[in-house]
Design a protein around this ligand. Structure first.
Ligand SMILES: NC(=O)C1=CN([C@@H]2O[C@H](COP(=O)(O)OP(=O)(O)OC[C@H]3O[C@@H](n4cnc5c(N)ncnc54)[C@H](OP(=O)(O)O)[C@@H]3O)[C@@H](O)[C@H]2O)C=CC1
Ligand SMILES: CC(C)(CO)C(=O)C(=O)O
Length: 359
């Protein structure tokens, strides 16, 4: 049987946006990409995108400069932005989205998928919104038209809004990525399965002077024994929050083992094996790194908001949020515009579970 070919609009042109563009275009789909920041500049037209690493080759994709041009002709839209940019891009795309389109959010945090689905419903637009708690590939942008794809994850979780459309969502995801997708019950579970914040925020804070001095530091080598101890405590709070919602989720260690084929047990040992096997990726060297500007407000601050709803105390998470607040560069805040957008301040546990369980 012939594979269905889609028109795919990718929002975000960093490591993940470019990696997905290369991967998907190489499978024969037509790809248009927008970096998620609106501009009055005309479209940049067709470019050759070069990929190295897990997939080596060059593909043709179209670069556009606004939300309308990436979304309006697409069968499938994939959001590949840091979560701090999700609300802006979603609001910009909403007037151009149409019923029947599938939107994949990768990776999804702070329930941005629920925000998208609910705002679209307000406009009578019926979307299928699939959420990954992580990414199908890991990657770093080298240049605007060059990406290094580091790893293809063998397996990852996906949830769907509405839940009844999960088979359709799986069909689209398999056609684009052919990964092994495991179904998450709903996007709240996908949000809690996103472990980036519990691992990135302490790693960045506890290596902050390396970041400020722009040192070259392979991140897993600097996930030392004491840093791993803090990360483990933060992860334990994520897991107890998830269990208050009724889920026994995988630990960060289990997820790293699964994604990167690691055999060691214990976070420090896992980091050591990752460093030996991969040497990288390098830790961030910009003070506006997404390891803080994304992961603290949209990862940790969001789990504190969920902790209030579920009545779970999260002292380690709170401490890390407070220290990060002292470090955040000018122009960034640890306010999360999705907490307000989703009206979570006045939400109850039953109310939230009903919203994410919509069939
Ligand atoms: N890279 C990886 O291996 C992994 C990434 N993820 C997650 O995937 C998502 C995308 O990551 P990645 O592609 O690596 O990120 P990058 O930092 O490489 O790229 C971010 C992209 O978003 C655009 N953007 C638009 N608005 C903003 C804004 N306000 N702040 C920052 N960037 C903005 C950038 O625009 P411009 O082109 O103008 O810079 C760029 O195109 C993130 O949520 C990340 O946590 C998760 C697991 C692995
Ligand atoms: C690739 C990896 C695992 C590095 O921390 C990641 O999650 C990211 O870049 O967001």
């Amino acid at each position: 049987m012939e594979m269905k070919l889609y028109k795919v609009g990718i929002v975000g042109a960093g490591g993940i946006g470019l990696a997905y563009a290369a991967w998907i275009a190489n499978r024969g789909h037509a790809v248009t990409i927008w970096n998620g920041r609106s501009s009055d500049e005309p479209s940049l037209g067709r470019i050759k995108l070069q990929a190295t690493g897990v997939f080596e080759g060059s593909v043709d994709i179209d670069r556009v400069t606004n939300a309308r041009d990436v979304v309006s002709e697409a069968d499938v839209v994939i959001i590949c932005l840091p979560v701090n940019a999700h609300r802006y891009a979603i609001d910009a795309a909403l007037p151009s989205l149409k019923s029947g389109q599938t939107v994949i959010v990768s990776s999804m945090g702070s329930l941005s998928a629920l925000y998208l689905r609910e705002r679209a419903r307000d406009l009578d637009v019926d979307l299928v919104v699939a959420s990954f708690g992580t990414t199908a590939l890991t990657a770093r942008r080298v240049l605007k038209d060059k990406v290094n794809i580091m790893v293809r994850r063998p397996s990852l979780g996906v949830s769907c809004l509405p839940a009844s459309k999960i088979e359709d969502a799986l069909c689209v995801c398999n056609t684009l990525f052919s990964s092994n997708f495991v179904v998450d019950e709903n996007p709240l579970m996908s949000t809690l399965n996103n472990t980036n914040a519990v691992f990135h925020a302490p790693l960045a804070i506890l290596n902050w002077t390396r970041i400020e001095r722009k040192e070259s530091w392979p991140q897993y080598h600097y996930m030392t024994s004491y840093v791993s101890k803090v990360i483990g405590q933060l992860d334990a709070e994520r897991l107890s929050l998830a269990s208050a919602f009724g889920w026994q989720l995988k630990t960060l260690g289990q997820k790293l083992q699964q994604s990167f084929g690691i055999r060691s047990e214990g976070l420090k040992e896992i980091a050591e094996e990752l460093h030996q096997k991969r040497g990288g990726p390098p830790g961030p060297i910009e003070v506006d790194t997404r390891y803080i500007c994304e992961d603290v407000p949209y990862g940790l601050e969001f789990t504190l908001a969920l902790g209030r709803i579920a009545n779970v105390s999260m002292p380690v998470t709170r401490s890390i949020v407070e220290v990060s607040g002292l470090l955040l560069p000018d122009g960034f805040s640890n306010e999360n515009d999705l907490i307000e957008g989703l009206k979570l301040e006045s939400e109850s546990m039953e109310g939230l579970l009903a919203r994410v369980a919509v069939a």
